[in-house]
Write a protein that binds this ligand. Structure first.
Ligand code: UTP
Length: 291
């Protein structure tokens, strides 16, 4: 049986405090980069990786995410009546037909690890992906998660996305130490340190929001006690996983934008606008005018 991941978990039950007051009423994952919400980029990435089941871990305030992927009867019939085929295709194309969306509630924001654990009944006993939609990864080729799923299958290992971060920024990331190099992009993780000061960091490889994990992580999460900030941390469970099987740090091909903060969202918006031949000239003009 193939051990390729087919299910992807989107933990979207956080409070999104860095975008208050907008996130009082709008889920952070629904913030748009140009004309699409962050969650759409994440879903496209998962579908590109071959996922057929998407599991959204939400809270009771985040109906907008379910609404967004649901059928919009009134809007669709109005667009059809008016012959607006292109818009209709956009509205209907948020989720491909062969992909199903499952919504699971995280009753309390007890941390990323806890959010992932909430998906256990749907994931069952197979490897699965995790995407944090506020890390937006743009690339021309195959999606970052797709690259990682290949590595997970090839090496029969857990895989965590990493990228080089500036030395003075290590305190904002989980930092990994690596040993054996498996191939050009993958190396075995020997240990992880959560948000170390630069002088304590074992490398400058920071963990970003993409994981391919084996189902046994759930047992480890069950046993994980609340760590920093009183939250159940995914990193703590991965530390335990390292004792049982190999987990690879994977340097993905692509450019990541941390859209969990204002500047990152602005950067991502500018980057995508400048890649769009229709928008780019006007955006340059606007930027010139602001100098
Ligand atoms: P963040 O650390 O970015 O927290 O969570 P946040 O609440 O989204 O945003 P800020 O820091 O308050 O502005 C990382 C990811 O984990 C999810 C978040 O939705 C985000 O995708 N998460 C976090 C949960 O689903 N549940 C939690 O209890 C905590």
């Amino acid at each position: 049986m193939s051990n390729r991941m087919r299910k992807v978990v989107f933990p979207v039950a956080g409070l999104g405090t860095r975008f208050l007051p907008a996130t009082k009423a709008v889920a952070k994952e629904m913030l748009p980069v140009l004309d699409r919400p962050l969650i759409q980029y994440a879903v496209d990435e998962a579908v590109d990786a071959g996922a057929d089941t998407l599991i959204f871990v939400t809270n009771r305030y985040k109906h907008a995410i379910a609404d967004y992927f649901d059928k919009a009867y009134e809007l669709e019939s109005k667009l059809a009546e008016k012959g607006k085929e292109e818009m209709l295709a956009q509205v209907q194309g948020t989720l491909p037909h062969h992909v199903r969306a499952v919504f699971v509630t995280q009753p309390e924001a007890l941390g990323l690890g806890h959010a992932v654990l909430c998906a256990r009944p749907v994931v069952g006993n197979e490897p699965f992906g995790v995407i944090l939609p506020d890390d937006l990864i743009v690339n021309d080729g195959r999606s970052a998660l797709s690259q990682m799923a290949d590595a997970a299958e090839t090496w029969d290992a857990g895989v965590i996305a990493v990228e080089e971060v500036p030395n003075d920024q290590t305190h904002k990331y989980g930092i990994v130490a690596t040993g054996e190099q498996m191939d050009e992009r993958s190396a075995r993780i020997t240990h992880m340190v959560e948000k170390p000061r630069p002088e304590d960091a074992p490398s400058n490889l920071g963990v970003v929001g993409r994981y391919v994990l084996p189902a046994r992580i759930f047992d480890l999460l069950e046993k994980t006690s609340p760590g920093s900030g009183g939250e159940i941390q995914l990193t703590d469970a991965i530390e335990d996983l390292l004792k049982q099987q190999s987990v690879l740090a994977y340097r993905f091909q692509g450019r990541r934008f941390d859209c969990g903060n204002k500047l990152g969202l602005v950067r991502a918006t500018l980057h995508l606008a400048l890649r769009d031949p229709e928008l780019a000239p006007a955006v340059y003009e606007i930027a010139e005018g602001l100098r």
